[in-house]
Write a protein that binds this ligand. Structure first.
Ligand code: NDP
Length: 599
């Protein structure tokens, strides 16, 4: 190994070690108690309604992209009696809640926005802004008639399988007690806001909110990008420098009298190169089946093998893979082994990260600030960011990076925060501190479904997640858990997983109806075989490695218990899974599922 590479890796380790802390996920605070108001819905008034006691064919929890994609595919298959339930006041999921200034997708709209072809929408920009993404959610709702039965501002309390009647009984915080033949869970991976467990956080007397409930009444401006005109005489702190902060900092920097961006770990911020989409160009590519072709092409370009003939999307995500692939291809035959490939990956990554660090140096005028904005870890250790105004924001005279040397804010008091023994008085603290990831599935969902014999999903998964195709769980008939582990596990373009799951669910329910089956369950043996097959793969993604800087990708740098080993995807990658499941659906045999008639 060259001495340069050795030095970079040593720096990575040193930076990681500074950040390791024994409390891991326990360092964060739940948005409960005196912080419960942080979760109030600032966007839609709650409307009272009578509790429901009726029956629907399909009840889907979550009105984000997952629920919408499943709902749309069911309706396309002729199953129109679909009820989507969401705690928000409308469809949109994360995009309902996240309306902070500058919010936009980080994966190209053309593949990130679901069902573009079906809804006839052309994205306006390569990376669409939040209002357009929210509107696409609503458009899906309207196009497929999903509003008719939807329940908003409604939290599911419980979902229990009634074996005798062969239905799911759903209860909610609105007093509903209705039944469904089938249920789906599309509760999403990142929707429970968390707060940093900074000593004294509860004593702060100024204004404060979490980025996922942006307070435009306080800041002025709006989600469409109008200037935050009430901040002109305000000192604002944004705590956190993840993907959310990177997007909202430029807007606050432009508006506030003083902005302190409080950093524990810098994000890697690569080129964004957003641009409007040219309708003529779009008309040329939007031939029947176009979005699936683009989705498949992007997924293929994120995988190492086989090498796709073209890269349609051409962005920062595919660039990294292209570099890794090129280095691997260049390996001499004697180094074409796991160690050689890992070294090639590391070389490609160091090259990329050096460019990203150089970018910080080139853009940020103050040398110390530029140094502190350099990310010292492999790119996939943390969520990569892409932005053309974030680093530039630190050249605004009123904007100051407060680097905490990897330690975080020391404490908060009534008037502000402390870092490095220095007090900063502020009028407002914005928590860009992210969402719960490492907590249990049932804690994040807010309920724990009960299958045959009243067995809770948490019990079924007490020794780690067990599913068939990531979607079905033996003992939980007519239930579909829409998430990405044990399936494609495709985290770069998460909605691709959802439309694919929608295809499977619609095919399974349609098959059950056509064959007169009332109950569909995963065969126990098939589920065991599927999990065994998954475990033959390389394991978790590179970013989840313990030698990465701590974060939600790697359980905050702490050892995981054995159960976490099951959060993997198809051993041959996302494209292989999508191909496999498509063949499985098309075969019409639904091998591994057991269909039973009523009674
Ligand atoms: P993150 O969890 O990524 O970031 C939280 C930030 O808070 C980190 O910078 C963290 O530092 C910091 N922090 C936590 N505790 C402290 C503390 N005690 N003192 C100081 N700083 C602290 O949350 P985000 O909301 O930014 O992003 C979450 C995820 O949501 C993203 O990773 C992405 O997957 C998704 N997202 C997607 C977007 C898109 O597609 N357009 C846009 C925004 C988000 P540290 O890094 O040291 O832990």
């Amino acid at each position: 190994m060259s001495s340069d590479k050795e030095a970079v890796l040593a720096r990575y380790r040193a930076e990681r070690d500074k950040r390791l802390r024994p409390d891991g996920n326990a360092q964060y605070l739940e948005t409960t108690g005196s912080f419960a108001h942080f979760l109030d819905d600032p966007y839609t008034p709650r409307v009272e309604r009578e509790p429901l006691t009726d029956h629907v064919t399909f009840a889907m929890v979550g009105g984000g992209f997952a629920g919408l994609a499943v709902g749309a595919r069911l309706v396309e298959a002729g199953i129109t009696d679909v009820r989507i339930i969401d705690k928000a006041g409308d469809f949109g999921g994360n995009w309902y809640w996240n309306r902070y200034p500058g919010a936009q997708c980080d994966t190209a709209s053309i593949i990130y926005l679901p069902l573009l072809e079906e809804t006839g929408h052309m994205p306006t920009e390569k990376y669409a802004h939040a209002p357009e993404i929210l509107e696409q959610s609503r458009r899906i709702g309207r196009t497929f008639g999903l509003y008719d039965k939807a329940l908003f501002h409604t939290r599911v309390d419980d979902m229990v399988w009634d074996d005798e009647r062969g239905v799911w009984v759903i209860t909610t915080d609105r007093g509903d007690r209705f039944t469904a033949d089938y249920i789906g869970m599309g509760t999403g991976p990142l929707h429970v806001p968390k707060l940093p467990g900074i000593p004294g956080i509860e004593t702060y007397k100024g204004h404060s909110f979490h980025t996922s409930r942006w307070d435009y009444d306080y800041t002025g401006g709006d989600t469409n990008g109008a200037p935050l005109d009430k901040l002109g005489d305000k000192r604002v702190a944004i705590i956190g420098t993840g993907a959310t902060s990177v997007q909202c900092v430029p807007h606050v920097a432009r508006a506030a009298e003083t902005l302190y961006v409080v950093q524990r770990t810098p994000s890697s911020v690569d080129v964004r190169a957003n641009a409007p989409i040219d309708p003529d160009w779009f008309a040329g590519i939007a031939t029947p089946g176009w979005q699936k072709r683009w989705l498949d092409n992007f997924a293929a370009n994120i995988g190492l093998w086989p090498v796709p003939s073209e890269d349609l999307v051409q962005d920062g995500w595919t660039d990294l893979t292209r570099r890794i692939r090129a280095r691997v291809m260049d390996l001499p035959p004697e180094q074409m082994n796991p160690a050689g490939m890992m070294a090639a990956y590391e070389d490609a990554d160091i090259e990329k990260m050096s460019e990203i660090r150089a970018r910080a140096e080139a853009i940020v005028e103050d040398k110390e600030t530029a140094e502190n904005l350099k990310a010292w870890y492999r790119q996939l250790c943390k969520r990569p960011c892409f932005h053309d105004a974030y680093l530039q924001a630190f050249n605004e005279p009123g904007t100051h990076l407060i680097d905490t040397g990897g330690k975080g804010v020391e404490r908060i008091d009534e008037t502000g925060f402390w870092v490095g023994g220095k007090h900063y008085e502020v009028d407002c603290i914005v928590y860009a501190s992210g969402f719960e990831v490492g907590t249990s599935h049932e804690r994040r969902a807010g309920f724990d479904i009960a299958g045959v014999g009243g067995r809770r999903l948490s019990e079924a998964w007490s020794e780690g997640m067990r599913t068939f195709h990531g979607l079905h769980v033996h003992g939980f008939p007519n239930a579909f858990i829409v998430q990405f582990a044990q399936a494609a596990n495709f985290i770069v373009n998460v909605p691709h997983n959802w439309t694919d799951a929608g295809d499977t669910i619609a095919a399974v329910v349609r098959h059950a109806q056509e064959t007169g089956a009332a109950r569909v369950d995963a065969d126990a043996g098939a589920q065991e075989d599927w999990v065994k097959f998954l475990m033959t793969g390389p394991g978790m993604m590179a970013g989840a490695a313990p030698d990465c800087t701590p974060g939600y990708y790697n359980n905050e740098g702490l050892a995981r218990d054995e159960r976490a080993a099951f959060a993997v995807g198809h051993p041959a990658g996302a494209t292989a899974f999508f191909k496999y499941i498509d063949d499985w659906r098309k075969s019409g045999e639904f091998k591994g599922l057991v269909f039973e008639k009523a009674g």
